[in-house]
Design a binder for this molecule. Structure first.
Ligand code: BJ8
Length: 422
């Protein structure tokens, strides 16, 4: 096994704390992932990527930097990866799914801040994340208040560009958003010293769309009964999509889909036919936030879809590929990203339609609405989601939690009761 200590040291990680984190992560992964029965062979790719999460991929980033490429870190699906790639930079999602640095985070953000925000603040302050330390630029966005204000603190510690995401989707909001897309184009061109041409942008659009198409294909295949792949594995696929090389990732996920197709033809699945099928909806679940999916799938149900940014919200819409002019492509990018139905928009009625549609398409017997504690936007939308699902005759359970393990027993009791009544 390669020793990456020198690399971590150069990245100024707190080696002792990082070591403990890796040990906990390894044990957690073993319990939640490697214990699964009937996994696909293609899951070996997931296991490998996770086993090298702070190793090989981070080494690749250092190699890219040595060749003069820039690394851009993001916290939200609003940052157009197409522009980053067209400027020959690498984009990585900064995961924010563990509570390792919470105490330090609470020295800069209020205690009643969601776990995701505390996580990225904590990882930075505790020097635990080789990705954030590899970044030449962070890109934040004006989505929820918690993130906006946390980015002000983060700006004291690292270079950060903030994209202004509008709160509504009227014509003048679209004008603002297009301006922000152009402003990001300028920022990334300045950072990399590369001009984004129509040819480069066209290629980048195709690359990112191909990634989304592979994930769409995977999601379509999950409509099969019995479910051919666990929700845990698909969540991991979605999580990895934010930081692995997009071309390699797409090829691997398409291979996984080929294997799933063969499995479906043979009538095989990860859970017996008749196992209750659940959809997850709500806040994103970043690496290594696998708590709730594990609870659900060890309570006699299988997850068949995720309505979240680390799920179908990030893959549902493609950038229109029919235009060849730079201006046309920038418009297509602005339009595609403005279709994201994040709860920070008002109103956000399209999310309700999308939830009901996805629940039906994935043949879900019920929905679990997942909110992070102190997340106002998703907590507010819960009421509307509840009504929309009731109207569609689909049962829903609402769960609010954070990254701690203290409530596992209580959550399991509630999930089991919900699954039993389906
Ligand atoms: S597009 S969902 S990735 S903002 S959970 S930090 S909303 S208080 S993550 Fe998100 Fe972009 Fe929207 Fe998606 Fe705030 Fe809520 Fe915390 Fe959240």
């Amino acid at each position: 096994m390669t020793n990456y200590t020198d690399m971590w040291e150069k990245l100024n990680l707190d080696l002792k704390a990082h070591d403990s984190l890796m040990q906990v992560l390894g044990k957690f992964y073993g319990d939640i992932y490697l214990s699964q029965q009937g996994r696909l062979k293609g899951a070996e790719y997931l296991d490998f990527v996770l086993s090298e999460v702070h190793g090989l991929r981070v080494q690749e980033l250092q190699d890219a930097k040595a060749q003069g490429r820039k690394i851009v870190g993001t916290f939200c699906v609003f940052v157009p990866e197409e522009l980053t790639l067209a400027a020959d930079a690498v984009q990585v999602g900064l995961c924010s799914g563990a509570d390792a640095g919470t105490e330090l985070a609470e020295t800069l953000v209020p205690r009643n801040t969601c776990a995701l925000i505390k996580s990225f603040m904590g990882f930075k302050l505790a020097r635990l994340c080789p990705y954030i330390e590899s970044c030449d630029l962070l890109v934040g966005e004006t989505t929820c208040d918690g993130k906006k204000k946390a980015y002000e603190q983060l700006a004291e510690m690292a270079p950060i560009h903030i994209m202004e995401v509008p709160q509504k989707k009227d014509d003048h909001d679209r004008v603002l958003w297009k301006t922000e897309v152009l402003r990001y184009k300028q920022v990334i061109e300045k950072l990399t010293g590369k001009t984004i041409t129509a040819d480069k942008l066209k290629t980048a659009i195709k690359t990112v769309n191909a990634k989304r198409r592979a994930l769409q294909r995977l999601n379509r295949l999950r409509a099969a009964e019995p479910a051919p792949i666990s929700g845990r594995d698909v969540l991991l696929v979605n999580q990895i999509s934010f930081y692995d090389d997009p071309v390699r990732f797409t090829a691997k996920i398409n291979e996984l889909c080929d294997e799933i197709e063969a499995r479906i033809k043979q009538g095989q699945g990860v859970a017996p036919k008749g196992t209750p099928r659940l959809m997850l909806s709500g806040c994103p679940m970043a690496v290594p936030n696998w708590k709730l999916p594990y609870i659900i799938e060890s309570s006699g149900a299988v997850i068949v879809s995720e309505e979240s940014c680390i799920g179908s919200r990030n893959t549902r819409d493609l950038v229109d590929e029919s235009t060849d002019t730079l201006e046309g492509m920038l418009d297509a990018i602005a339009d595609r990203y403005l279709r994201i139905d994040c709860a920070t928009f008002t109103p956000n009625t399209e999310r309700l339609d999308n939830i009901v549609q996805l629940a039906k398409e994935s043949k879900a017997d019920g929905v679990i609405h997942y909110g992070l504690l102190f997340c106002q936007p998703y907590a507010h939308e819960f009421f509307k989601v509840d009504k929309a699902l009731k109207d569609a005759g689909i049962p829903m359970l609402s769960i609010e939690t954070d990254y701690s393990m203290e409530d596992v027993g209580q959550l399991k009791t509630r999930v089991e009761a919900f699954v039993e009544m389906l």
